[in-house]
Design a binder for this molecule. Sequence first.
Ligand SMILES: [Zn+2]
Length: 105
Amino acid sequence: MNKNHLLKQIEEVQESVRQMKEDDLQENPETANEEFQCDCCAEIKTFAGSMIYEDYRLCNDCVLLAEVGFTLNKIKTIDEFMASMEDKRFETIYNTLFKVDNIEK
Ligand SMILES: [Zn+2]
């Protein structure tokens, strides 16, 4: 597989994931204001463009990462993807729990 072909595939995935979010916003504008904690990156994200994979709900950003991973055959199952995001998830949860907002320099 040459590099241009690969890039083209990634662009197609990006486009379809982006489109998914726009479709959501058009069909259900209220999803823009609804938030959930992404099972993958643990960040609070908008419902628009999120997707269910088996037991997980992923935000639009993570859907993109997962779909690119699938397309490039880097991952085969969603569990593999979840495992690969474990560090990122931990970091986010850690920062959320221990973030100190009120300290000024
Ligand atoms: Zn996410």
